[in-house]
Write a protein that binds this ligand. Structure first.
Ligand SMILES: C[S@@+](CC[C@H](N)C(=O)[O-])C[C@H]1O[C@@H](n2cnc3c(N)ncnc32)[C@H](O)[C@@H]1O
Length: 247
């Protein structure tokens, strides 16, 4: 089911990707997440038939153990932070997201975790203050991925791990077919019906088609000062894990 691959593409394009390519600025994206926060968890698990939980556990297990002080970036309703806490009970977890509503919806899952309303491109943390940064389904919403990768590098200690779980733009025939059917049919229709928000779920569906491929994102990570960059496809590339270490 999984194919481990060494990321080795050339320099990644940094323009024409992300929310701005869909005509959405950061404020618009944030207010969409604020709006869908009440139904976000229910829809996530429904739309993925629960597989999203297993993917987060997989990412959490891929972290060094013990994993020390961990930042969950674009933490949303704290599902990934919760998976890290379960897999690494000794970890000190901090969660950051620019949508207060998303954080508040997940607060009950980890009442002792420190929450920060913060932008992934300008984090309110000191240089080198985390042993690991994780990000689940967040980076494709960030306006400037390169700025985000550099900001995460800044807050990581040397040798610290950045681990991303994301729906990268698929390249294999099977994953492209799956993404097309899912993104043009299932996601916008079910998302709109359950959340009542057509715009947000159409944006989320389109954002996968307009995002970097795993190889492009890996190349960008290397260009931003990460070593041992490695991508791993989950379920034939439907989702992927991308990891690198602060050089
Ligand atoms: C699809 S949700 C993922 C939430 C969670 N990590 C998970 O695994 O379900 C994306 C999250 O990224 C946040 N986000 C998007 N762009 C951001 C940015 N520039 N800075 C901080 N958070 C951002 C959104 O508010 C949203 O909560």
């Amino acid at each position: 089911m999984e194919a481990r691959e060494r990321a080795s593409a050339g320099p990644a394009p940094t323009r024409g990707f992300g929310p701005q390519a869909q005509g959405k600025d950061a404020q618009t994206v944030r207010s969409m997440f604020d709006r869908i926060a009440p139904t976000y968890d229910r829809l996530n698990h429904l739309l993925s038939a629960g597989i999203d939980r297993a993917w987060r556990v997989e990412l959490a297990r891929s972290l060094p153990d013990p994993c020390g002080r961990v930042l969950d970036l674009c933490a949303g309703t704290l599902d990934l932070a919760e998976a890290v806490a379960n897999e690494h009970p000794g970890a000190e977890i901090v969660a950051a997201d620019f949508s207060l509503e998303m954080l508040l919806r997940g607060r009950h899952k980890l009442p002792r975790v420190s929450l920060f309303v913060a932008d992934a491109m300008a984090l309110p943390f000191r240089d080198g203050s985390f042993d690991a940064v994780v990000c689940g389904f967040g980076v494709r919403n960030v306006a400037d991925l390169e700025a985000c990768f550099r900001e995460v590098r800044r807050v990581l200690r040397p040798g610290g791990t950045f681990a991303i779980l994301e729906f990268f733009r698929p390249r294999g025939a099977l994953s492209r077919l799956f993404h097309r059917v899912y993104n043009q049919g299932v996601l916008p229709a079910v998302g709109a019906k359950v959340s009542g928000d057509d715009e947000a779920y159409q944006y989320l569906a389109d954002s996968m088609e307009r995002f970097h491929s795993l190889e492009e994102a890996a190349a960008l990570m290397e260009a931003c000062g990460y070593a041992r960059v490695e991508g791993r496809n989950l379920v034939f590339g439907v989702a992927s894990i991308l990891k690198g270490v602060r050089a």
